[in-house]
Structures are given as C-alpha cells and as structure tokens.
Design a protein around this ligand. Sequence first.
Ligand code: SF4
Length: 389
Amino acid sequence: MDLLNTLVEKGLRRELPTRDEALAVLATSDDDLLDVVAAAGKVRRQWFGRRVKLNYLVNLKSGLCPEDCSYCSQRLGSKAEILKYTWLKPEEASEAAAAGVAGGAKRVCLVASGRGPTDRDVDRVSKTIEAIKEQNEGVEVCACLGLLSDGQAERLRDAGADAYNHNLNTSEGTYGDITTTHTYADRVDTVTKAHAAGLSACSGLIAGMGESDEDLVDVVFALRELDPDSVPVNFLIPFEGTPLAKEWHLTPQRCLRILAMTRFVCPDVEVRLAGGREVHLRSMQPLALHLANSIFLGDYLTSEGQAGKADLEMIADAGFEVEGSDTTTLPEHRATGGGCGSVCGDGGGGCSDGATAEQAEPAAEVPAARTDLVAVRRRGAGTDIAPNA
Ligand code: SF4
C-alpha cells in the first residue's frame, strides 16, 4: 500500500504527513487494519523499541468541578455516582503514588478537578510532589491541575514537578460544543506556559465524542504544532449522568486507526494509550501496544481499569517490556530538547513529499453501547480500599 510505505518512511524521518494522508489512515478498511498497525508499529519501534512506559494516576481532588466539560464525570451538574472528595493530604497522595510505583509505574500523574489551581493549591501540590519524590527515588511526577496562571508552572517546576498535563481534547472548531466555561485558546495557553517553564508538556485528545475524521486530524496536527513530549489518547467513557452518556461511537478497529494516525503524525512522541482502552479496545488492547509506547497502570480518575497484574501480563504476552527507571523514555534528540518541531514543526504539511493518499471505503461500524464495562472507581485514593496497581 503506497500510503503506508510513505507514512513509514516519513515516520522514520520524523517528517509530518499531509492531512490527506492522516485522513486516509482513518478511512482504511478493516481488511487493511493489520497492515496499518504493522506500518505504524515500525515507526513506534524505531523510536521506542518494544518498551512500554507505565504511568499511575492519583486523583488528588475528585468531583465538584465548576466547569462544564461534557465528557467529564466530575463536571458541574454531573449525575454520575463517582467518588467525591477534596484535596488528599500529601501523605495520602504519596501512599497512593507508592502503590503505583511498586506496581512498575515510572511516572505518577497528580490530577485535581477544577478550572485551575489557586496559589494555595499550588503550595499544597508542591508539598505532595516533595513527599512523593522523597519516598520514591527517580519517579517522574506530572501535575494536571487545570488552567495555569502566570508563575504557577515555574513554582511547580521548582517543587520538583517534571511535567504538566493539559489536554486539547478536541479540535478548535468543535471545542465550543464540548465545553462553554473555558476556551480552546485557554487550553493552548496553559500547555504553552508549561513548556515555557521548562516542564515536559503532556497534551492529548479524547476520541469518540461525535467528532469527524477532520476534527481528529485537526487536533492531532494542533498537538504536533504545540510539540508536547507526551500525547495521551483517551477514548470517551460515556458515563451515565453526563451529557455524552449516549455517545457510543468507537469500535476496537476505529481506536486502532486513531492510534496509528497519531503515531504517524507524532512519530517520536510518547503516545499514551489512556482512558477508555478497556471499554473500547477490549480484547484488542495488545495490538494497541504496537502503536502506543505508554499506558496508565490500573485505575483512572473516576473509573476502574483492568487489574494492574493484567496490564503487566498483557505487556509480557504481547512481547513488550515495561520501561525501567534507568531508561530515558524519549529518543535522544527529544530528550535533549530538540523536539519534533525543530525538524518539521510547521504543522501544515510543509514536509510533504507529495505522495498520493489512497482512499478506501470507510468500514461499516456499528458499535454497541458497553455500559457493562464501565465501573465507577470505588478503591484507591479517597477510599479505605487498597488501590489497583
Ligand atoms: S475536565 Fe477538568 S475542568 Fe473539565 S469538568 Fe472535568 S474536572 Fe472540571
């Protein structure tokens, strides 16, 4: 398939595909799916070998958010029966983080619901970061606290944070349909602030919210332009009690195409298989490891993932290995600050070699609502029950 040969060549050179090529990946048929996975897998192996980085989520503050992100079970007016609690104490968060690290996680992601942190919240999270770093040598800490005000990224960095996550989630064109209490530009601004403060930027998307292929390509190209080090790809968990509860659009095959397209557009970036993998990829999860080089271990913020032990078994069975803390995740040119943008950062197809995309008939996809696979988190942070790690 000329399209796939072209995309592999470009991925190995860290060259940006054209929008048409990215769209063509999303339009491939089920007959071509394994070829697509194999092609994107070559690019993944070039930059990350067969390593899988494990990340562990700690929800520092759950629910009761004043923002109205439609996909979120913690949003204003959410009827989802999630755990609701205010800030964990540093020692509680550190204990939860330690469970993830003991399970093999290399990075701990500290997340708090809300529009963004106050300066007092930043103090609180700084103490938590210090406690985690003291008790877990070599662990990476990423903070995800919402929109940042001036100076807050620098304070988090000074407290020892390695990274900051803030997802773009969807395309600029559809952002206003998903959230009205803040803008796409607000989100871009926070990612830019994190980057400028010297934090490793983590920013990704949520697929399955009713967006078009063009929207998916738009958001992934926008991410490439922002040049984060890691790109989490979430698949919408349509929580009962949220406005998107009926949005069951994803099939395992669609999820694999989205991951492959992300890998081709962001070849040397940590592509992280994030929320919703168990619900939407189901028994096809191991194939996704050929595309993503990073996953979350155990549970998510408000929903339960598969057992941490099952994650580890899946990685071993699929022929991959958990990345150790002595290995640098990113390829050398990125780890030393070169970034992807230094090679090809125009974000608009400027490095195209003019290859023609082969358009296939879109596969007929009739997804079933798998509400039986959505389990609200009832263990770990904010409970007395042992975490899943
Ligand atoms: S995504 Fe964050 S800001 Fe939006 S509703 Fe959920 S917790 Fe609040």
